[in-house]
Unconditional design. Structure first.
Length: 455
């Protein structure tokens, strides 16, 4: 496959020259120019950006992390003039930097999950919105976002990298990670923080692990990702075996899954999660809450097990069922991998991208045409107003001249002064007005006019 053209701008570049050169790499003028903005190149959103570029060589994709743009915002003012489309992979960068980048091209914003709609509802201004599951598509439609601007793009997984482990391979990896060979290993991968702790169900994970530890003796936990320090400390306080890898590199993730017996998703709110797909592709049985993409692809008891939210006892009970039934473990492993092979390879994900971009460009064209029509309408109205003004002035002057010739100079002077007050820049003879102002018998009329009272 043809490799597409990337820009990888890292926020810790040291020299200004490096930063400027990274931004000024020339682009192919024959293809649609797309700027993709993930939060960073690490973890899943960086992977999204690379896969979009990899599987869509018809686009000239440039990837610049939002973290880099925020740190050097002045260098990116009106950069949208150089692109046909900007694709934000998170709503926060769209809300924070879109105005600085300029409003000169089509704009796509991705919504993976929603914690507070009021904080991010301005993403509805984007030309197209990418959602990862029907849950969030339906959510924003119910809040007034037109379906013509929403495209469902479920997440993907590289099924060639995330593959089932051989028995000998599993034992070797466990030994390298310091995990007991006979242990039943539960995994959870991802980033935790105070902001996402409740969303990810960290409290449920701890309670369920502690409960399960009272029922089996050989329990072990493998956690990958930063922000789990407090959770690890609480689990270790129960004298359980925990292997904690703070910074898991993307290339090592397939290896970590091969060390597991089961993967838990205790989340209350999710967009994917992508570890659901990675686990299923690795033929690791999954127990998950009904969130995000899980609601679209999981059949309870067939390709994964489902536990309702905020139910640590449910995780404990389902895991014990897995331990007791080899047939259940084998069925979930086999059907789980079949599901992702059929629906969730990155190739399936990327097939939706042209639809997304075409919709954004079409909506942008309609928007610009509407703006142009509005401008043309205002211009026509302005011209009509000027024509009416000119007709009024001309007709009034002719009427004043007729009245003056008829001998009613006082009435003519009054009308001429009114016209002069209404259109002071119009071409009206001033000599009669000067003589009129000098006439003492019309002083009361002048006072009434200047006090805006009718004559």
């Amino acid at each position: 496959m043809e490799e597409n053209h990337f820009i990888f701008c890292i926020s810790h570049y040291k020299s200004n020259e490096t930063r400027i050169n990274a931004i000024k790499i020339p682009m192919n003028n024959d293809r649609l120019k797309v700027l993709i903005i993930p939060e960073s190149l690490n973890w899943i959103l960086g992977k999204y950006a690379k896969e979009i570029a990899r599987w869509n060589p018809q686009y000239d994709c440039q990837i610049i992390p939002s973290i880099f743009i925020k740190n050097h915002l002045k260098k990116f003012t009106n950069i949208s003039r150089r692109f046909d489309l900007i694709h934000y992979l998170l709503p926060q960068p769209f809300l924070e930097i879109n105005e600085t980048l300029g409003n000169n091209c089509a704009c796509v914003c991705a919504l993976h999950h929603i914690v507070n709609w009021q904080e991010i509802k301005r993403v509805a201004l984007a030309d197209a919105i990418m959602v990862g599951s029907t849950e969030w598509r339906d959510f924003i439609e119910e809040r007034g976002v037109p379906s013509s601007r929403i495209v469902l793009v479920p997440g993907g997984v590289d099924t060639d990298k995330f593959i089932p482990p051989a028995v000998s391979e599993k034992q070797k990896i466990r030994k390298q990670l310091g995990i007991p060979d006979k242990a039943f290993v539960i995994g959870s991968f991802g980033h935790q923080s105070p902001y996402v702790f409740g969303r990810k169900g960290g409290d449920i994970f701890i309670e369920a692990i502690n409960s399960l530890a009272t029922k089996i003796n050989n329990l072990a936990v493998l956690i990958v990702g930063f922000g789990w320090k407090n959770i690890v400390r609480k689990i270790k306080s129960r004298k359980l075996h925990v292997t904690y890898i703070v910074f898991g590199y993307e290339k090592d993730l397939p290896r970590y899954y091969k060390a597991l017996d089961c993967y838990w998703i205790t989340s209350r709110i999710e967009g994917g999660p992508i570890p659901l797909l990675e686990s299923m592709s690795s033929a690791i049985p999954v127990i998950t809450t009904p969130v995000g993409l899980a609601k679209d692809i999981v059949i309870d008891g067939e390709n994964a097990l489902v536990v309702q939210k905020d139910n640590p006892a449910g995780f404990c009970e389902k895991t014990l069922g897995l331990i007791r039934s080899r047939a259940l473990r084998d069925r979930l492993a086999e059907k789980g991998r079949e599901t992702v092979l059929r629906k969730c390879h990155w190739n399936h994900f990327s097939k939706s991208i042209p639809i997304l971009y075409e919709k954004a460009l079409a909506n942008r064209s309609v928007k610009m045409a509407t703006r142009s029509l509005g401008s043309e309408k205002n211009l026509i109205i302005k011209r009509l107003q000027n024509d009416i003004k000119n007709i009024e002035i001309e007709d009034t002057i002719n009427l004043i001249r007729f009245i003056r010739k008829a001998g009613d100079c006082a009435q003519a002077d009054k009308m001429q002064l009114r016209l002069w007050m209404k259109y002071p820049l119009s071409v009206i003879p001033l000599n009669p007005i000067a003589s009129f102002l000098s006439a003492a018998r019309y002083n009361h009329t002048i006072r009434r006019i200047f006090h805006k009272k009718p004559i």
